[in-house]
Design a protein around this ligand. Structure first.
Ligand code: G16
Length: 550
């Protein structure tokens, strides 16, 4: 039976041949490369998603077509598991193998073996929900995906053009529908309802919140922010900027969360729109990253990144837990990556347990699950807060002994609804930040004053083979190429407060270099000198302008 069902995919597979010279890799965030070479990958991901669903007894699997913060010409695809989380990592290698089968016959043979090895029962149903961002290449890629799903007879739901976090929400809501664990109504409307009603409860009785300027990166976040604003009514006002979702080349171009984080400056399109003291934030192309910023009285730009969000949110949640009388029972912990600013790690580690894990939400998410309340944020603004099942039960069953305890308990329960616990969600995180600022009567200035960032610089280096760079210790040290880490150590030793690490990107064909030091000039110099070591080691071609500021 296996082979007949799989052999039946041949005619459709022939319509989506693999380009000869490209090697695909399921990386940190799925497959990601130039949109025009991804047709065969999308077809095969359709098959894989259907098989994953069958393996999970017909539970709904999500497929998101996006390249997030990457340039508009890129696209990508990632799978979402039934609880709304990233695909189980053991399947990443299978996805890579299937994507690289050179011919239809090789693909069929590979799939037959895969189905046998994993004992996938093909008689089970397959259910898949998919969505895409606003990229021009998205529609054609979705049609290739559809062919793959059709090839295995999957039951399909098209969630249209929406954000990555909404797709994650839908997956979990669909799979928990009608159970005592229901995550919410399984519709986009259900998502907006859930977030907006929790937000209104949390800011009730607080002074009016000043309008918030949102840079939508000219991406799908513009639609979602608009719809969210309608549900939030007068509890908060958004001023939407960079909403040109159909202007060719505009997506993530000189705007958005990645621009703000890597350039550490105001997107030029916001000049003149942001007044001194006013706070603003940037989303990225699929609205899963969030970066805040403000201009001080001298019009100087100040960035409030994922580390600053983690510090703000963790302190607030810790205070609420204490105010509810639950601090003996519920502990808050933080998860960061090597990119976390050294000053943030010091600030947080003095207050709560802090874990460091490799880059990628799947690693952070997993580590955060070990805490009662796990706050995880990457410095790039990707993150969320997880409340363990036991914690959520304790919150519900707790019997407060005073009105103040009861209020804090109510706020914590509302936070569990405001926060999209499936994945980092820029819009949900933004509302969370606004709640904390409203409760603490903070402007960006007080928030920024929690600690002072160490100057830092991120650089990328184009190398022949990024897979030649292998890391250990949560990506803080290189073990390959041999000898390079020792050279980096020797260099770092000469910089006051110096720290630097090198890691291969999981989403682009480059190697990334991070450096921090006690002054901006020193951080820049250290980053460029480490990049120079990487470049020399990789035997690069100077004609390719290998080292770029990010
Ligand atoms: C993706 C992951 C993030 C990760 C980023 C790193 O982000 O979801 O968790 O931080 O990739 O990219 P790289 O490995 O290239 O440095 P996104 O927003 O692109 O989905």
């Amino acid at each position: 039976m296996t082979s007949s069902i799989i052999h039946d995919i041949k005619p459709l597979a022939d319509l989506h041949p693999k380009p000869e010279s490209v090697h695909f890799q399921y990386g940190t965030a799925g497959f990601r490369t130039l949109g025009h070479v991804l047709d065969s990958v999308l077809f095969r991901v359709g098959i894989l998603a259907a098989l994953r669903s069958k393996k999970q007894d017909g539970k709904t699997i999500g497929v998101m077509v996006t390249a997030s913060h990457n340039p508009e010409v890129d696209n990508g695809v990632k799978l979402v598991d039934p609880r709304g989380e990233m695909l189980e990592s053991s399947w990443e290698a299978h996805a890579t193998n299937i994507a690289n089968a050179p011919t239809t016959d090789a693909l069929v043979a590979g799939l037959v073996k895969f189905v046998d090895d994993l004992k996938i029962d093909l008689s089970k149903p397959a259910r898949v929900v998919y969505a895409r961002d606003t990229r021009p290449s998205g529609a054609a890629l979705v049609s290739a995906l559809d062919d793959g799903l059709k090839a295995l007879g999957a039951e399909v739901r098209d969630a249209g053009v929406t954000t990555t976090p909404i797709l994650h929400y839908l997956v979990k809501a669909i799979n928990t529908k009608g159970t005592s664990d229901s995550y919410g109504d399984d519709s986009e409307e259900g998502y907006y309802q859930k977030l907006s009603s929790a937000f209104k409860r949390l800011v009730k009785g607080r002074p009016a919140i000043p309008p918030l300027l949102i840079d939508c990166a000219n991406g799908v976040g513009a639609f979602a922010a608009e719809k969210l604003a309608q549900h939030l009514q007068d509890s908060i006002t958004f001023i939407l900027a960079n909403t040109s979702t159909t202007t060719p080349g505009a997506l993530n171009n000189a705007c958005g969360a990645d621009f703000v984080k890597t350039q550490q400056k105001l997107p030029p399109s916001l000049e003149g729109k942001l007044k001194s003291g006013q706070r603003a934030c940037s989303l990225d192309g699929d609205a899963d990253r969030l970066m805040y910023f403000y201009l001080d009285e001298h019009s100087q730009f100040h960035m409030l990144d994922g580390d600053k969000i983690a510090a703000l949110v963790a302190a607030f949640i810790g205070e609420l837990v204490k105010a509810a009388g639950l601090d003996e029972d519920i502990k808050v912990g933080i998860v960061q990556t090597a990119y976390a600013n050294g000053a943030s790690t010091k600030y947080l580690a003095d207050r709560v347990p802090v874990k460091c894990v490799p880059t990628g939400v799947k690693h952070l998410h997993h580590a955060a699950e070990s805490f009662d309340i796990g706050v995880y944020f990457e410095a790039n603004g990707h993150g969320t807060v997880l409340f363990s099942r036991e914690t959520q039960e304790k919150l519900r069953s707790h019997e407060p002994t005073s009105p103040a305890q009861s209020t804090a308990q109510g706020h914590l329960i509302a936070l569990t609804e405001l926060i999209n616990q499936t994945v980092g969600d820029a819009l949900s995180d933004m509302l969370l930040v606004e709640v904390v600022l409203a409760h603490k009567s903070y402007t960006g200035i007080e928030w920024d004053a929690l600690y002072a960032d160490l100057p830092n610089r991120l650089v990328k280096v184009v190398v022949g083979d990024r897979n030649a760079f292998r890391t250990v210790d949560a990506e803080r040290r290189l073990v390959s190429p041999a000898g390079l880490q020792e050279k980096i150590d020797a260099l770092v030793g000469g910089f006051e407060g110096g720290r630097s690490f090198v890691r291969p990107s999981g989403t682009e064909d480059v190697v990334r270099v991070y450096a921090e030091a006690s002054s901006r000039v020193q951080a820049d110099e250290l980053a460029f000198r480490v990049a120079g070591l990487v470049y020399d080691q990789a035997g690069g071609d100077p004609a390719k302008r290998p080292v770029e500021f990010l």
